[in-house]
Design a protein around this ligand. Structure first.
Ligand SMILES: NC(=O)c1ccc[n+]([C@@H]2O[C@H](COP(=O)([O-])OP(=O)(O)OC[C@H]3O[C@@H](n4cnc5c(N)ncnc54)[C@H](O)[C@@H]3O)[C@@H](O)[C@H]2O)c1
Length: 310
């Protein structure tokens, strides 16, 4: 008999892959999600969906008390930078208050929480590359600020309760099931544009770099972090510029579409790359999927999804 695991945000892109992996391990998986950006079809067969808003502390506590989880993977979030600028209050409610509610509900059962924070939106432009975890964050958006605030609760609650809550600061995650309609997630957005034969606009003349990590590597990291209190960058430690992403995807697709180039938009980072040596050392974890191969796998999977939805 496996563990009882709760995955908040399990109807979303990354959370649905976490739910898949836990089911494969034999765990009993319950997804808590309000379906604001997630979709019920993404919740894998075998996992149960409880549709609720994590801001509703009483409803959340009822579900946790019923399930008495052994572990909680907390991915539910207001995860859009643009939405956080438009409505920082809601962003704070979901990402800070919602995380506090998850910690309180999990704490009643002694369950460790693995919290997904952001590596990309936290450190700011002046940070050294690759950026280590001890760099003091300087977020440029309400989203980065709310994730940082939530991290503080995770660490404080770990210290005060003795429960091994952990923080994973993720790089730019890509993979199957990512929405091509989001504001971030260039791999999915570009795949959608290739499907429609449209040219993308590459800001910063296509030169900004990000630390792209395949979702399967994120899932293995989150599992490795269970019960390891601390803050871990989860990425690859490698930078790839956005024009290289476009060129690789169009090569895999066998098409030639010239992108439009434009200047960087205000608030956008030029470079982001995370130092992952702490996760390698303390978790014994390493990313396994090279970017070229990961892009190819993802392009094929996303194209299949687009064709199925057409
Ligand atoms: N995708 C990335 O590159 C990336 C990078 C860094 C961090 N993260 C973090 O990883 C987590 C998962 O991100 P994702 O890319 O899968 O996003 P996503 O939007 O696909 O998933 C988020 C899920 O949370 C749910 N949700 C949102 N608000 C909720 C609420 N109030 N109550 C209950 N459920 C709610 C949504 O319906 C959705 O299913 C988030 O915490 C995000 O901040 C993602």
């Amino acid at each position: 008999m496996g563990d009882s695991a709760i995955v908040t945000g399990g109807a979303g892109f990354i959370g649905s892959h976490v739910a898949d992996a836990l089911l494969a391990d034999g765990d009993a998986v319950t997804v808590v999600d309000d379906l604001s950006t997630g979709r019920a079809e993404r919740v894998p067969d075998g996992a149960e969906l409880r549709q609720l808003d994590i801001v509703d502390a009483a409803a959340l506590q009822r579900v946790f008390d019923e399930l008495a989880p052994d572990v909680v993977y907390h991915l539910a979030a207001q995860a859009s930078v643009v939405a956080s600028v438009e409505d920082p209050g809601r962003d704070c409610d979901v990402n800070v208050r919602g995380t506090l509610n998850v910690l309180e509900a999990a704490g009643r059962h002694g369950a460790p929480v693995v919290f997904t924070s952001t590596g990309g939106a936290l450190y700011g432009d002046a940070a050294p590359m690759p950026t280590p975890e001890d760099r003091i964050p300087a977020p440029l958006s309400p989203y980065g600020a709310s994730k940082w605030a939530a991290e503080a609760y995770v660490r404080t609650w770990a210290l005060s309760s003795g429960i091994a809550h952990a923080v994973c600061r993720l790089g730019n995650v890509y993979g199957p099931r990512q929405s091509p309609h989001g504001e971030a997630g260039v791999v999915a957005i570009f795949t959608g544009q290739i499907a429609e034969g449209r040219a993308p606009t590459l800001y910063g003349q296509g030169k900004p770099t990000r630390d792209y990590i395949h979702v399967a590597d994120v899932v293995s990291a989150l599992k490795a972090t269970r019960g390891k209190p601390g803050v871990f960058n989860i990425a690859t430690g490698r930078q790839t510029d956005v024009i290289t992403i476009w060129r690789t995807l169009t090569r895999v697709a066998g098409v030639q579409i010239e992108p439009k180039l434009a200047d960087l938009r205000p608030g956008e980072l030029q470079h982001s790359c995370l130092d992952i040596s702490r996760a390698e050392r303390e978790l014994g974890w390493r990313p396994q999927i090279e970017i070229e191969h990961g892009l190819e796998l993802t392009y094929r999977a996303l194209m299949q999804e687009i064709e199925q939805q057409a």
